[in-house]
Ligand binder design. Structure first.
Ligand SMILES: C[S@@+](CC[C@H](N)C(=O)[O-])C[C@H]1O[C@@H](n2cnc3c(N)ncnc32)[C@H](O)[C@@H]1O
Length: 205
């Protein structure tokens, strides 16, 4: 059922520009996990809704999600990207340049949590898409660096349905624990959007 709903929703997503399609193709051919067009559009929409300009990504990969943020934020956008693999940085900038994106990008290579702890903020949006065992470390850092009304967006919160299983591995358990913490945290108001692999949308109160 979940797959069918996803397919149905995906059928409404219009064609993307050639560079975005190229990025999607690269991800598919290299089994590189990206948020994909359904979530990409949603990030775009969230950016428009709260007029986000300052965006921080924890786990940027080769820039697919940042690309969607930039499309919405335009020339006024400041996007801080983080990833521990430096090869993703040059790949991302190559796509951004070819697409003529107008935002300012800063790509920091290293552990996203350590890098983010050295940033002051405030940010309008923080996207959380790093290794799932590290999710637990992102809650305080996001709360301290988001403006009120800003969004903390966490990907893979449904983890292909594994969060529903009784017997859970370490990674799944980390996601479930994080989700429980997120809903209990009085600094945020959270709802899970069950699109693609599940996104937690948390408004900073
Ligand atoms: C799911 S991909 C990110 C995809 C990207 N948000 C997108 O949709 O285009 C996760 C990325 O985070 C990086 N990563 C995972 N854990 C990390 C960590 N603790 N610190 C920095 N980068 C990390 C990986 O190298 C990978 O490129």
């Amino acid at each position: 059922m979940f797959q069918k709903v996803h397919k149905y929703l995906a059928s409404y997503v219009p064609e993307r520009t050639s560079v975005l399609r190229e990025m999607e193709q690269y991800a598919a051919e290299n089994s590189f996990p990206i948020v994909g067009p359904l979530v990409g559009r949603f990030l775009y929409q969230m950016t428009l809704m709260i007029k986000a300009r300052r965006i921080l990504e924890l786990g940027s990969g080769f820039g697919y999600s940042a690309f969607w943020f930039s499309l919405a934020a335009g020339a006024k956008g400041h996007i801080v990207m983080t990833d521990r693999d430096k090869r993703n940085k040059s790949r991302a900038f190559d796509y951004f340049k070819r697409a003529g994106l107008q935002s300012q990008f800063l790509f920091k290579v290293g552990d996203a949590v350590s890098l983010a702890r050295r940033l002051d903020g405030p940010f309008d949006i923080i996207l959380n898409d790093i290794d799932k065992e590290s999710y637990v470390k992102t809650l305080d850092l996001a709360a301290a660096r988001l403006r009120r009304g800003g969004l903390f967006i966490t990907d893979n919160i449904i983890w292909s349905g594994r969060v529903l299983e009784k017997k859970q591995d370490k990674t799944t358990r980390a996601i479930v624990n994080f989700t429980e913490d997120l809903y209990r945290d009085s600094r945020f108001f959270t709802t899970i959007m069950p699109i693609r692999d599940g996104l937690a949308i948390s408004v900073r109160l």
